[in-house]
Design a protein around this ligand. Structure first.
Ligand SMILES: [Zn+2]
Ligand SMILES: [Zn+2]
Length: 268
C-alpha cells in the first residue's frame, strides 16, 4: 500500500475488506446452496437437518439483510486495518521473531477460545427477553436456516458482534495472520453451521452443524458458536426431556412434566 495515505488508504482498506467478505460469504454460501438446495432438492431427506423450508419471501429478505451486514462488516474491518496500519492500534504484530513461534501458535489458540467466549456471552445476553424482542429476534425469524442466513440479524447486533470479536486483540498480542485466520475460520464454520445441511466437521473440538441448527429450532439453548464448552459449563446445552421454545427464556428449558429432572445432554 506504499504511496497511499489518509482517506485513499482508508477507502482501499474498506473496499478490500468488503469485497473479501462478500466473496467468502456469497461465494461459499452459493456453492453450498447450489450443491444441496438446488442439485439435491429431491433427495432432501438424505442431507437436510429439518424437514421445513424457509419461505421464499423471508429468504430474500434474509439475503438482503445479510448483504447490508457484510458491507457494515467490511467497513468496520477496513477501518480497523487502517488504524492498525497508520496508528498501530491493538496488540497485533507482524514479525514472528518478536514473540517466537511457540507464543505465536499458543496465542492463536487462546484468541480462538477468547472469541468463542465473547460470542457465547454476547449471544446469551441477546437472549435476555428485552434484547431478544428488540434485536435478536431478527436472526431467529428463520427457523430452518440456509447458508445465506448466517449474518441475517439486526445491524445493531451485527455491529456489536463484530466489535466484541475485535476486543481480544486489544489485550492479547496476536500475530496479524492468526487473527485473520481465526476470523475467516469463524465465518466459514458459521456458514456451514447455518447451512441446514448435516455436517460432522470431523474436528474433535467442534460440534456438528446440528448444534446451531437446534438453536434456531429450539431458540433459548446452545448459545455457543463452534465450541459447546460454555453451554456445558452453564447448563444451557440442550437436554433430552426438556421443553424449549420461543417463549421459554433462560437457557435451561422447562420440565416436560411437573417436577421432572433435566435429562442428559443431546450429543452433536
Ligand atoms: Zn440466538
Ligand atoms: Zn444462527
Amino acid at each position: 500500500m506504499d504511496g497511499l495515505t489518509g482517506f485513499r488508504l482508508w477507502a482501499v482498506m474498506v473496499m478490500v475488506a468488503t469485497l473479501g467478505g462478500h466473496v467468502i460469504y456469497f461465494g461459499f454460501g452459493t456453492w453450498l446452496y447450489r450443491r444441496y438446495y438446488v442439485a439435491r432438492r429431491d433427495r432432501a431427506a438424505e442431507w437436510k437437518i429439518q424437514s421445513r423450508w424457509v419461505p421464499d419471501k423471508l429468504h430474500r429478505w434474509g439475503i438482503r439483510v445479510a448483504a447490508v451486514n457484510m458491507t457494515i462488516g467490511g467497513a468496520l474491518s477496513g477501518t480497523f486495518a487502517y488504524f492498525y496500519m497508520t496508528e498501530g492500534v491493538s496488540q497485533l504484530y507482524l514479525d514472528v521473531d518478536e514473540y517466537g513461534w511457540t507464543y505465536t501458535l499458543v496465542s492463536a489458540v487462546v484468541l480462538y477460545v477468547l472469541v468463542e467466549a465473547a460470542a457465547y456471552y454476547t449471544h446469551r445476553w441477546l437472549h435476555v427477553r428485552y434484547m431478544f424482542k428488540r434485536f435478536h429476534q431478527w436472526h431467529h425469524r428463520v427457523v430452518a436456516p440456509t447458508p445465506y442466513i448466517t449474518v441475517t440479524m439486526h445491524p445493531v447486533e451485527f455491529t456489536l458482534l463484530q466489535l466484541t470479536a475485535f476486543l481480544p486483540v486489544f489485550v492479547l498480542p496476536v500475530h496479524a495472520v492468526a487473527f485473520i485466520v481465526v476470523l475467516v475460520y469463524n465465518l466459514l464454520f458459521n456458514l456451514m453451521d447455518h447451512s441446514g445441511i448435516v455436517m460432522e466437521h470431523r474436528l474433535p473440538w467442534h460440534s456438528s452443524s446440528r448444534f446451531h441448527d437446534d438453536h434456531h429450532l429450539h431458540f433459548h439453548c446452545n448459545f455457543g458458536q463452534s465450541l459447546d464448552w460454555f453451554d456445558r459449563f452453564h447448563g444451557t446445552h440442550r437436554r433430552h426431556g426438556r421443553r424449549y421454545g420461543k417463549d421459554v427464556f433462560g437457557g435451561h428449558g422447562e420440565a416436560s412434566a411437573p417436577g421432572e429432572q433435566p435429562g442428559a445432554y443431546v450429543e452433536y
